[in-house]
Ligand binder design. Structure first.
Ligand code: PHE
Length: 483
């Protein structure tokens, strides 16, 4: 069954529902193996949530409200996926399809942490927060170790080695100095080191251990330890949509029916029939040997079908998560010129959640900051506002980090609330459990197979969609070969 040639068999027909990453990859891989695929897509573009917005693009929400992006040439906003981890199969597709990649800066010592609820009045750089947290933890642990508090756990040699590690890890004093953390150049400088007689001035006013703990900055560090979020990360040069564009080109544009909405899925004794409505209102039917339904589960759950009540219940099982982003184009790259931040993410407890500085176009005139990328309740709250109010609120919040220039230098903005995007209606889904409904939909219902990030353990990652597509393709090909 690992033989991907259709020796001696006529090409099987497959209808793929949805031209998101899963649907496109399904058609691409089946096409390589000689299958005859047609992709039905409701939107007027491929990619699904992989959506790069550029000047002139329109963003229309379910209620009909429309924004037109006024971004300048070369400026783009990845409204959906925006970062790739090195271990993800997405990297292999980029190689195979010739999509050039560049580093996406997911963590940056220069960007900020801001915890307003902890009483912080100014943001603190990541490097400063790390110096203080690592320093004080090292001081505490060295003191405890040296005083014998950990003797039940440590040999004399362990203790020596641990303290030696902590002295460099935390940049702390010697035993004679009580292993004291007293700040230092890791925190950053108020005056940078220079030539001649300029050694630099370390940032003053080191907070106390108690203040550092109260600020909660250390809680943010673990983000970059995550298997899927650790540096290095990557992005396609020029926008994430280079991926769906490349896959679609390989599939063949003639095989992808845009502005075509699936209206019924009928499993038959010898295949499957899909009914869809074209933009002109005309209804068409397509018959195939198999179908791969690569649409969001909650949209499939609203699509008439004859796959039975268990499938219907399963499709309605996952819970849909909201997420939103705003792209703020600035007339000048003040984060670079004024604050020496070249890419990376500022993390906050504000309703904007995080702010992303662009990992491209360094030193050019204009640039686009993601002013919020949040989910859940914050995303719902912003989604409920018209765009102009989202912008105002995002600016008001962001000024707590960056001051008046955050408002004054703004050129234009676009916001996307994924719950309000037609034919998508959500950012990603969550399963209450990986048994039952999840398992059922990972198996075919008659001649209908399902695919999407929602059927993977990498939900909200393109790699999840790609791996799920590869699984559906393998499952179909096994059936064909053993028939
Ligand atoms: N993949 C998305 C992102 O990186 C959503 C996500 C966030 C998924 C965090 C898992 C963890 O933003």
């Amino acid at each position: 069954p690992s033989d991907f040639t259709l020796t001696g068999r006529g090409a099987k027909k497959v209808v793929v529902l949805g031209a998101g990453i899963a649907g496109l990859a399904t058609a691409y891989e089946l096409g390589k193996a000689g299958y005859d695929c047609t992709v039905i897509e409701a939107l007027d573009r491929v990619g699904g949530r992989n959506w790069t917005i550029r000047g002139g693009d329109r963003v229309t929400e379910l209620n009909g409200s429309t924004q037109t992006a006024r971004f300048s040439d070369g400026v783009y906003m990845n409204a959906g996926p925006a970062r790739l981890a090195q271990w993800m199969v997405t990297m292999d597709y980029c190689r195979e399809l010739g999509v050039p990649l560049e580093v996406f800066t997911n963590s940056n010592a220069q960007s900020y942490i801001f915890n307003e609820a902890a009483g912080m009045t100014t943001p603190v750089r990541w490097r400063t927060a790390k110096s203080d947290v690592y320093g004080y933890i090292s001081e505490l642990l060295s003191t405890a170790t040296d005083s014998g508090a950990l003797d039940a756990k440590l040999t004399a040699q362990d203790k020596e080695r641990l303290i030696s590690f902590l002295r460099s890890f935390g940049a702390i004093g010697t035993k004679a100095n009580g292993f004291a953390y007293t700040g230092g150049e890791r925190r950053g400088h108020s005056v940078d080191p220079g030539a001649g007689e300029q050694p630099g001035t370390a940032l003053g006013s080191v907070p106390s251990l108690s203040e550092v703990l109260a600020s909660g900055v250390g809680q943010r560090f673990s983000f970059e330890f995550g298997y899927d979020q650790a540096m290095l990360m990557f992005q396609p040069v020029g926008g994430m949509d280079a991926i769906p564009r490349a896959i679609a080109a390989a599939v063949g544009k003639n095989r992808i029916m845009l502005r075509s909405k699936v209206t019924r899925i009928t499993d038959l004794a010898d295949g499957v029939e899909v009914e869809y409505q074209e933009h002109n209102g005309r209804t068409r039917k397509i018959k195939a040997d198999f179908c791969v339904a690569a649409m969001p589960p909650h949209i499939l759950a609203r699509t008439p079908h004859n796959l039975g009540p268990d499938v219907q219940a399963a499709l309605a099982t996952p819970t849909v998560t909201s997420s939103g982003k705003i792209g703020l184009e600035y007339r000048r790259r003040w984060w670079e010129t004024d604050e020496n931040i070249y890419g990376g993410i500022t993390n906050t407890d504000l309703d904007l959640s995080v702010m992303w500085y662009p990992s491209y176009g360094y030193g050019t005139r204009r640039g686009l900051v993601i002013g919020y990328y949040h989910n859940g309740a914050n995303a719902d709250a912003y989604a409920a506002l018209p765009h102009a109010q989202r912008e105002r609120r995002a600016i008001e919040q962001g000024m707590k980090i960056h001051g008046a220039k955050y408002r004054d230098e703004l050129a234009s903005s676009v916001s996307v609330a994924w719950k309000l995007q037609p034919h998508i209606e959500g950012a990603w889904v969550g399963w209450p459990s990986r048994t039952g409904a999840y398992q059922l939909l990972n198996r075919p219902a008659g001649h209908v197979h399902f695919a999407g990030d929602w059927l993977s353990y990498m939900i909200a990652w393109q790699s999840g969609a790609l791996e799920s597509a590869r699984k559906a393709v393998t499952d179909i090909h096994r059936r064909v070969l053993t028939h």
